[in-house]
Write a protein that binds this ligand. Sequence first.
Ligand code: UTP
Length: 408
Amino acid sequence: MDYKTAERILRAHGQEQVLRYYGELSEEEKRSLLSQIEKIDWNTIALYSHPENLSGTGKIQPISGLKIADIERRRAEFLSCGTEIVKSGKVGAVMLAGGQGTRLGSDSPKGAYDIGITRPVYIFERLIRNLQGVCRECGAIVPLYIMVSEKNEAETRAFLKEHDYFGYPADSIYFFCQELAPGVDENGKLFLESKGSLALSPNGNGGWYSSLVRAGLDKDLQARGVEWLNVFAVDNVLQRIADPVFVGATALSGRNCGAKVVLKAEPHERVGVLCLEDGKPNIIEYYELTEEMANARDESGDLAFCYGVILNYLFRTDVLKEIADRRIPVHVVKKHIPYLDEAGNYVIPEKENGYKFETLILDMVRLAGSCLPFEVVREREFAPIKNKTGVDSVETARVLLEKNGVKL
Ligand code: UTP
């Protein structure tokens, strides 16, 4: 794109400030800024003033799932079926590691964070060790696909290589890059991060499958005969990945995907809840549940809307292929966005100062058409690290890891 075209497009959208420092840039910086402008999806930016209606408008009902007692009763059956599937190479794992981990506040990739006390214990290491456990049990190698972003790809690759992939076979680890999207201020104006660059950040975890396909890795899935993908967040250091019991239960249920869930501790716990909306699985935020729904009980007296999601999903690859071209909604999310102010100073805001545009994996669950909630024991499988201290933090994860026998 040339300067004139960029100027015209920006003027048409009231975004001329993006070229404020153009005259000061080197030729290469100019080219790079023009290329960023060319890639802007103006329909997405327009959502700033006209966001999609994302709160459920359909009929919300509880979804049937498997609770611990159900799983224990059929454990042997699930384990045998799932082990067979993992053993025959039909399960792959997808680590979502493209986020910026802003709440944790580390400049490095979140997975490279050291949560050890007396020795280094990295988040990536914990996840890979969990996966190695399953590989050992099933006598198989589960290919691991790691989603990164342009912001952390080089560092993630270098970190894992330097640690020899924590013993995981390097030829079964693949990296792929997700896309970035620009952020806007409270008036919808695009932020600059430097004189020659928009403030770009990862565009959410909902585009993971299309990014994987863009990287050509669907061919690898096909060549390996992978039929199930277990997609998980980088920050839950206790989760079991490619868990054969979960795989077996989901496969035997005949549903298109499975979701590991924890039972809500109380009616108003701040966790996304898996339910049915007009008969299709959906995840609704805790604040979207009415008082009546939050307190509703089933025939056994348990909470009816009880399944809190923990970002660990198992999708059938044929279903992913089918839904790959469908659009998923864009969420406009209020965030802290560092930016260059009018005087050319780089500002790290103390409070949320703008909006980012993100797609979320939970919207793929709806597209999948059917989903099995599969309960896990919270204290054994859910230790997310979002913050340094307080709720869902390095501190709380350390306590849970130690309870589960991990030496820190
Ligand atoms: P979070 O929503 O917790 O975001 O991501 P985050 O980037 O890790 O942390 P904050 O909100 O900035 O503090 C949940 C999972 O989705 C991944 C994250 O890496 C994490 O595993 N993710 C998130 C991506 O892979 N890409 C994204 O664009 C966003």
